[in-house]
Design a binder for this molecule. Structure first.
Ligand code: C2O
Ligand code: CU
Ligand code: CU
Length: 608
């Protein structure tokens, strides 16, 4: 009896603490990983996100979200991705320039209980990127469960500038996202949440030093736009646009961020010890069609009704403490020169029209679809880009909601020239129809928000990563739009350049693959790569040997007898044996793709 009373008293006091006194929670800073070998283990977990009952989440190396990985430009990084979830997934390196089989898009499926080991040479500019699941139709569900993480790339150009870079001290990541919960504190799949989280911390607070602090901000929300501003209206300085530093810091007092976008900002807290300021979303002034502008009460669609709609809300409170040693105290006057791609060098222009038809049409209905009247098709290549070409992509938004458009493989430059859409494109957006692009957008980007009824053009160069079989994605980064098929795919092919090409797959000479479907392609000209698996049968390891070693190995997949992928390995791994000691006895298959012709062959092996 006494014991029961004690427990009751304990629970009650907990409740009081959590509802009354503990107004703020210290901002959670994800752990870090660095080097060239990275191990990521995805698993189903429980996290204390709200007071009371724990929440079922999906975490990477921890309870929720994942570690922040530091890459150095020029390094070859190796990922060891373990899927210990109960579900299939993929892991996509958002913003990275890499070969398509390493990209982690919807085609690089990692089934539960298996390992995926992509690798690539880091060619991206210093900036913050991120990684997240990308399995078609489950991206929103898995990201909602907090699966994802940040990647910070460092390079010598950035290192030469006097910028804060003490992670968690004066260089602070801020992951903006919103969630909805049920009465049992479990995550509900919803385009908008009712609760704001910064780094998955409710009512976040952080102590900052009295000096220049760098915040690296990611919008990881499913749909919401954030109009970022401080409670005292102070000026802050934008220094990056998604995928690289700007020419110089741009002074602003507010900035609108859309899903998938990243900015880094500098805030000068010098001489402000003991002061406090709150970073807020001033979403009461969003334009119509900017996701998050919908008032909470005036919507008949329950998916759009949410407690944060069309209002001002707090994201993180900062309390200024003392200075650290070697503080940065001045905002630099210059960063790195941006040399944008000259649109005049573009030889191809592609036009993509977004329509709202997808909202009302059954999937695959005729004359219906999100992009150019089409829904995403796993087996359809929408565009075949020739390696080495510079292209202009025109994005025309013929719908009443803005779409944050994202493309894989390349970073692009938004073209500032006006684009007179005509028809129903009023060109009403501040930057799509004017000839001046805001300085904050005059750098390297991989997501661009195309406002309702307006249009946008960008220029990109598809320099390498030639592979005419495996596609890259482009899509709207509103997660339910993407999952509902507002996505397409392109290959970068035709890369035979005098026996050479650049990129990771440096020896590849392509075979023309015709216009057949991606899977079951029968138009293949050259012969299959012959190879043997030995020892066979085996019990702990296998070696592969190509009959014609000059073909080289591009990628190897190991499957079990029912077709489940066990292993996905890039070619370089085959200098050593493949460890199969953890497999149960039975029949397995090795599927080898050669580096030269990108042809695929399958061999059986037995585990005793
Ligand atoms: Cu952030 Cu296709 O992804
Ligand atoms: Cu991406
Ligand atoms: Cu969209």
């Amino acid at each position: 009896m006494n014991k029961l009373l004690l427990i009751l008293w304990f629970c009650l006091s907990l409740l009081i603490t959590q509802t009354g006194i503990a107004q703020y929670n210290r901002l959670w800073i994800p752990d870090t990983l660095s080097g060239t070998q990275f191990t990521l283990r995805m698993k189903d977990t429980l996290s204390q996100i709200l007071p009371g009952q724990q929440t079922l989440t999906e975490g990477i190396n921890g309870k929720m979200w994942g570690p922040t990985m530091f890459f150095n430009k020029g390094d070859t990084v190796h990922m060891h991705v373990y899927n210990n979830l109960n579900d299939s997934t993929t892991l996509h390196w958002h913003g990275f320039h890499l070969p398509p089989v390493m990209d982690g898009g919807p085609h690089q499926i990692v089934p539960p209980g298996t390992i995926w080991e992509p690798f690539w040479q880091v060619k991206n500019r210093a900036a913050m990127y991120w990684y997240h699941p990308h399995l078609h139709m489950t991206t929103e569900k898995q990201l909602n469960k907090t699966l994802g993480g940040l990647i910070i790339v460092r390079d010598p150009l950035e290192a030469a500038i006097k910028l804060p870079r003490k992670y968690g001290i004066d260089d602070i990541p801020l992951i903006l996202t919103d969630r909805r919960f049920d009465a049992q504190n479990q995550l509900v799949l919803s385009h908008y949440g009712d609760t704001m989280f910064t780094n998955f911390t409710l009512n976040a607070q952080y102590n900052v030093p009295a000096q220049v602090v760098r915040f690296r901000i990611l919008t990881a929300s499913a749909e919401r736009t954030y109009n970022i501003k401080f409670s005292d209206g102070r000026t802050y300085y934008v220094i990056t646009s998604d995928a690289g530093l700007l020419n110089a810091p741009v002074a602003v007092t507010s900035y609108k961020m859309h899903p998938g976008e990243r900015i880094e900002i500098l805030v000068n807290f010098s001489g402000q010890s003991n002061k406090s300021v709150v970073l807020r979303a001033y979403n009461d002034v969003l334009d119509n069609g900017e996701p998050g502008s919908e008032p909470n009460n005036s919507n008949t669609n329950p998916q759009l009704r949410n407690a944060l709609g069309n209002r001002v809300f707090d994201m993180c409170r900062f309390d200024v403490g003392v200075q650290t040693t070697n503080p940065v105290t001045v905002i630099p006057s210059a960063l790195t020169p941006v040399y944008p791609i000259d649109p005049a060098t573009a030889t191809v222009t592609r036009s993509l029209t977004f329509s709202a038809a997808g909202n009302n049409c059954p999937p695959n209905a005729f004359g219906c679809g999100w992009i150019n009247n089409k829904f995403y098709d796993f087996d359809r290549i929408d565009y075949r880009v020739k390696q080495g070409t510079t292209e202009i992509w025109e994005l025309r938004n013929n719908s009443s909601i803005g779409h944050p458009f994202h493309i894989h493989d390349v970073s692009f430059n938004i073209i500032s020239s006006s684009y007179g859409g005509g028809g129903s494109y009023s060109g009403g957006s501040s930057y799509s129809a004017s000839s001046t692009l805001p300085a904050t957008m005059a750098g390297w980007k991989d997501v661009v928000f195309v406002p309702a009824w307006s249009s946008m053009r960008f220029v990109a160069k598809f320099e390498d990563n030639c592979d005419s079989i495996h596609p890259f994605m482009y899509h709207c980064h509103i997660l339910y739009h993407e999952d509902a098929g507002m996505m397409g795919q392109f290959t970068v092919g035709d890369c035979f350049v005098a026996g050479k090409n650049s990129g990771n797959n440096s020896s590849s000479v392509e075979t023309l693959v015709g216009k057949g479907k991606l899977t079951g392609n029968k138009n293949i000209i050259s012969s299959l790569p012959e190879f043997t698996v030995y020892p066979n049968p085996t019990h702990d390891k296998i070696f592969l040997s190509l009959k014609d070693p000059s073909l080289g190995v591009y990628y190897v997949t190991v499957k079990d007898a029912v077709g489940r992928t066990i292993y996905m390995l890039p070619g370089y791994r085959l200098q050593n044996a493949i460890d199969v000691s953890f497999l149960t006895p039975g029949t397995y298959y090795v599927i080898l793709q050669d580096d030269k012709n990108k042809q695929v062959n399958t061999k059986k092996f037995i585990i005793k």
